[in-house]
Design a protein around this ligand. Sequence first.
Ligand code: C5P
Length: 238
Amino acid sequence: MSAASSPMIFCALDTPDLAQAKAWAETIGPVTGALKVGMEFVNAYGPHGIETVQNAAPDAELFIDLKYHDIPNTVAGAVRAVCQRFAPAYLNVHAAGGIEMMQAAKDACTPQTKLLAVTILTSLNQEAIRTVGYEHPLTEQVTRMAKLTQDSGLDGVVCSALEIEPIRALCGNDFDLMVPGIRPAGSQSQDQKRVMTPEEALGKGATHLVIGRPITGAADPAQAAQDILESIRKDAAA
Ligand code: C5P
């Protein structure tokens, strides 16, 4: 089964084992057409780890999820280096870095790379954001930061499923919403607190889904990815 022309599911290759990441990339990459590597993996294996994944799944799009947050010049340098070496489909920064940082990061992106921002980490609740000085209600803070991201010229945000509708309402349709915390009906939520099915999240306006363990933890990861895609297709056709 070939990947969709515009991949919707970025499979999170969350493992401290390079051989495992390579095996997943080889089997899952051709099905989803898109993979995500994050901080743990990249800090363990560096550029070699990213190259290993890209070589194992040469046709899959890659989201390098490193959430840059530093002064504009430094973030721009990091983005430039990553784009030149890996040409990922997606990279991300923290919106809390501000407009100047986000614009510098966007200017440093090459055309094939879309830049997303993280607004408020989904691990933070209302009380936690108050302690770092954000006084607005959580959802308002998230939507303000999404708008700031859009005004800075970025392509979208990473957001929780519960934030899709308010962000879509404020930022319109021409804005990518990459949504983790996705669980197919009947699967375990694990440590994710607020989960949504792929069909629900796409129905609310997500453009891309990040799905890790429901795929990588399955006995047959490629089949699990295939089943999720099939169920999305059925839902869309219904
Ligand atoms: O295995 P699971 O589907 O929960 O993996 C979700 C992926 O999305 C992980 O790589 C996790 O770090 C990432 N993520 C998340 N929640 C966020 C941002 C990223 O789960 N708010």
